[in-house]
Design a protein around this ligand. Structure first.
Ligand code: PLP
Length: 419
């Protein structure tokens, strides 16, 4: 499967992959590379291009240009990268995406701006399976603004459907906040259908793209999305804590007022005038000095996605998740493991979650053996498959390791394990 994979050569562009990885899932120049890295959806691997880019940045742009770097490049960088990302992976025309604060802070800024623009309405619709930070931020906004949260309760191994949103929205709905790909189950929501239903009720939508950006094609403009945010350290390989991106549809930019009014979002930054006068366009959603160092690495993955094509990236992603599920069915289902992700590929993002009461222990043992998935309570093991860096061999070795560790635990408990 690796030999016929048209994207297999991208694996060699990541740090530690000295070969294209066809026969050598563990290959790493440092020798410290995991046997199987199944967590690229939580923290992507660094590219070789980023190693070079960051080194050159230290000794070049920062080291020698110093403060001049702001005029020469950095002031525009959050918007330039935003445009590149919008074009390569988000279906967003230029001038609508910027790279800014953490996802959490961006959620706050955009959700607050959205509910304030619908101040005659009293409810926010969201779901109980959304990522904790999304729920917590909205709890805070609801308390701040005296709003009610209306919770959708999706299926454990599924996600929020258009019908559920239809039932939840009404003339009282100010905002709908949902994730495109559910962080636990991997359910892929129908952004277009749900956005239409929310708009029919007069509400705004804010989509969290953390688990889809860079692995699932997104058409924000075409789908009529109002607002979106997403992480860059997951499938976009920006590195730990790299700043998030935000999208505000162009016709909403002058209408919305974001709550963290900072100098970097003003018309004439170095006027340092007496009062806040927001910049025209997407810049007004910026607050403080942008994290330039943090936005270096993501540029290399955005360029790779542009080169490979997001549709091709998705095809590989579907191939990897289908393969992982077939191995789970063959090897793990007989031991009582269940697939807690959609089996239908059109309803599934880039990762697969499998449930078993022993998964906490399985995950800990795997980490000790250089096989790195992650655990999601109460009993889920998440297999994250990053299309540009994960090979089929790596997927095979990873699921085989899960099988061996789980078998060991079950046999040990039954007293059948031979010394
Ligand atoms: C990873 C993730 C986040 C993380 O937010 P941070 O502010 O970067 O910590 C938020 N939402 C979703 C859906 C995520 O998957």
């Amino acid at each position: 499967m690796d030999r016929i994979d048209g994207l297999a050569h991208y694996r060699a562009r990541f740090f530690g992959m000295h070969s294209v990885g066809l026969d050598d899932a563990s290959g790493g120049a440092s020798g410290a590379n995991p046997v199987a890295y199944l967590d690229g959806n939580s923290l992507g691997r660094p590219t070789l291009a980023s190693v070079q880019r960051i080194t050159e940045f230290l000794t070049g742009a920062w080291g020698t240009r110093l403060i001049r770097g702001w005029d020469e490049e950095w002031m525009e960088l959050p918007l330039r990268i935003g445009d590149d990302l919008g074009r390569a992976a988000l279906g967003a025309a230029s001038g609508q995406v910027w790279v800014g604060d953490s996802t959490t802070v961006m959620l706050y800024k955009l959700a607050r701006a959205a509910v304030d623009s619908r101040s005659d309405r009293t409810e926010i619709v969201l779901d109980t399976d959304n990522f904790p930070t999304d729920r917590y931020v909205l709890e805070g906004i609801a308390a701040e603004r005296g709003l009610t949260l209306r919770w959708i309760r999706p299926d454990h191994s599924g996600g929020v459907t258009t019908e559920q949103v239809q039932d939840a929205v009404g003339p009282q709905t100010a905002l709908v906040l949902l994730s495109h790909v559910a962080y636990r189950s991997g359910f892929l929501a129908d952004v277009r259908g749900i956005t239409r239903v929310a708009h029919d009720a007069g509400a705004l939508v804010l989509w969290d793209l953390c688990h889809s950006a860079g692995s699932v094609p997104i058409e924000l403009d075409l789908w009529g999305v109002d607002l979106a945010v997403g992480c860059t350290y997951k499938y976009l390989n920006g590195g730990p804590g790299s700043p998030a991106f935000g999208y505000v549809r162009s016709d909403l930019q002058e209408v919305l007022a974001q709550p963290i009014q900072g100098w970097m979002g003003t018309q004439d930054i170095f006027e340092m005038g007496p009062g806040y006068r927001p910049a025209a366009g997407i810049r007004r959603f910026m607050s403080g000095t942008p994290a330039i160092v943090g936005m270096l690495a993501m540029q290399d993955t955005i360029a790779m996605i542009a080169e490979a094509g997001i549709e091709e990236v998705r095809a590989k992603s579907v191939g990897l998740t289908e393969f992982a599920i077939s191995l789970v069915d063959e090897w793990l289902a007989p031991m009582g493991v269940t697939v807690a992700s959609p089996r239908e590929q059109t309803h599934r993002g880039g990762h697969v979650t499998i449930d078993h009461p022993d998964m906490r222990q399985v995950t800990a043992t795997l980490w000790a053996h250089e096989v790195i998935p992650d655990f999601r309570a109460p009993d889920g093991l998440r297999i994250g498959l990053s299309p540009l860096s994960t090979s089929y061999v790596e997927t095979y070795e990873g699921v085989a390791a899960i099988r061996d560790v789980l078998r060991g635990i079950l046999l040990g408990r039954s007293g059948l394990l031979e010394p």
